[in-house]
Design a protein. Structure first.
Length: 142
């Protein structure tokens, strides 16, 4: 399970260094093979390949009224591998879709990661905090 936030910088070629604390797990779980795709919220999703295959099977079986979401998730998917320096290359189309320039946030979200433009993430987080606790968390014990 991946968790935590990492502020990272994309290099000039669009490569992102995966934090060392995740590298061993990604090597062990997926031999360094991952898949990156778009998310409708404006970020990218980064899956270890076995987790991507589970997710992809669910997306493929969505009903016809979800065709556009199939297109977003499957049509944007790009297979990547950790290089010897522990980096992944994010394709230009995916960087553009998520407005990734230089400063990014990598969020561990259980079985996958989210990759956000840092400025966009900060604004979205601030807006979520301003809205207050969602109804589904009102009875949640912290």
């Amino acid at each position: 399970m991946f968790q935590g936030a990492s502020a990272l910088t994309l290099d000039a070629k669009g490569r992102m260094s995966v934090p060392a604390r995740y590298r061993d797990a990604l090597q062990g779980q997926a031999e360094g093979r991952m898949t990156i795709t778009r998310h409708p919220d404006g970020c990218l999703l980064l899956f270890p390949r076995p987790e991507w295959e589970v997710f992809r099977a669910k997306i493929v079986n969505l009903p016809m009224d979800a065709k556009w979401f199939q297109r977003i998730f499957l049509g944007s998917a790009a297979d990547v591998e950790l290089d010897t320096a522990g980096r992944v290359l994010i394709a230009p189309e995916l960087r553009q879709a998520a407005s990734l320039e230089k400063e990014v946030m990598l969020l561990g979200m259980g079985s996958r990661f989210e990759i956000w433009d840092k400025e966009t993430y900060d604004a979205q987080e601030q807006a979520a905090m301003a809205q207050g606790m969602p109804e589904s968390l009102k009875n949640f014990t912290f």
